[in-house]
Design a protein around this ligand. Sequence first.
Ligand code: NAD
Length: 489
Amino acid sequence: MSVITEQGLPPVTLRIGAESRARGAGVHEHVNPATGQVDALIPLAGPDEVDEAVKIAHAAFAVWRSTPATERSKALLKLADLVEEHSGEFVALGAADNGLASATGQATVTAAAQWIRYYGGWADKLPLGRITSVVGAGGNFGHTLRQPYGVIGAIITWNAPLMSLAMKVPAALAAGNSMVVKPSELTPFSSMLFADLVREAGIPDGVFNVIPGGPDAGAALVEHPLVKKVSFTGGPDTARKITAACAKTFKPVLLELGGKSANLVFADADLDAAAMHSTFMSFGIMSGQACALPTRLLVEDSIYDEFVAKIGAIASSFKVGNPLEPDTICGPVINQAAVDRIESMVARAQEQGARLVTGGARLGGELAEGFYYPPTVLADVDPASELAQKEVFGPVLAIMRFTDETEAIALANNTDYGLSGYIWTSDSRRSIRLVEALETGEVVVNGAPNAVAERPFGGIGLSGNGNEGGLEGLEEFFWTKSVAYGNGQ
Ligand code: NAD
């Protein structure tokens, strides 16, 4: 692989306070997933840089928490505007980061601005506590006080860097915390522009610091004594290590992990709408590399064959290719390791009896150099098999059949994950029963949008704990102090 530099990519640096540092403790060769070529050298933070960033964030916390709430709000609202103004750049950087197709990239920018604006709106209307005194307390007076933690250590993964920033940063800053964010070394570009815009929005240097780095930088951030809470988005293996590290000092940790979300389609649903939404959500959002996607499709027996055929036809019509071409729906997957994992899981699923409807082999020809894998639909998947139980994190959809509502619920709840649940039915009483029965952090009915700013988003079980979004997402960044004033002299 040849190193190609100066490709219009922003220089990646460590953003520590006012400094933008071109050197760290190591270097990562960034590979463009669309070309398979090294296109940039990424400086990596080591434990020393993490320590510096945390100390600077700690000093800046004192400034930011005492900044008037109206000023914090104004800066975050400006940041939302700036993100929108720079949408074209973010789309290009999303493609460079991880091969994000432009249409999804544009939708991501719009969503990111909404999340930032939502929390910018809360910043000067914070629900800071409540009166706890009761009548007859003899003059005693009590209340709760919600206080920012201090430095939040945020660790994000590679699949949606801008979205992950938008889901964590404005809520933490609105609450008055400062932050050190460690993006994945695989996707550093979007975070650079985001950091520039944070500064342009008037947020003081040191309040928001970005240090691209690998697992050792993440581990140092988690362990740093001045980091008072960790907010993590990534996989369960890393989450276990982070949780174990946090357990040493009982540091609170928010975990946004993966999923194997069930999508229940009943015969009374609008089948065309269900087929389009289910297929687009499985493949068109980040080529299947997102946590909340409906990757287990459960279809009622009476419409099973017809529905599987619809899904196969739509999936095979999606254009896979250069993420910057406007009609591309699926860009590449992140790297060779992802291709290898996807290929082996698809092969094992077929060995275990699944029927290949479409896809199933890495793309060659002019796409051979990049990491392109087509939308792949597997029907008749055994609910106990690996494909039905484990997250693929790629463009692979597992379809299973059910005969009635009871079986549908049992199948839907039959994994260790609990992130999202999807329901398609025109029977509103059934949807109410299912909403209650599904063991997931969110349930969406008949194609409603998910992971939106105004509603909490988070999982249970192997999908993690805690929330981003809504008032719940803001509350993650406060601790509660209980205060009482006695009537003694
Ligand atoms: P990962 O867990 O391997 O890495 C995530 C981040 O953790 C990276 O920045 C990495 O450098 C860092 N890291 C690695 N080891 C560490 C350690 N010991 N201490 C601290 N940090 C460490 O991520 P992955 O598995 O490649 O990411 C994909 C996963 O993320 C999928 O399971 C996906 O579903 C999940 N995800 C969840 C959400 C959500 O909001 N629920 C969103 C996007 C992705």
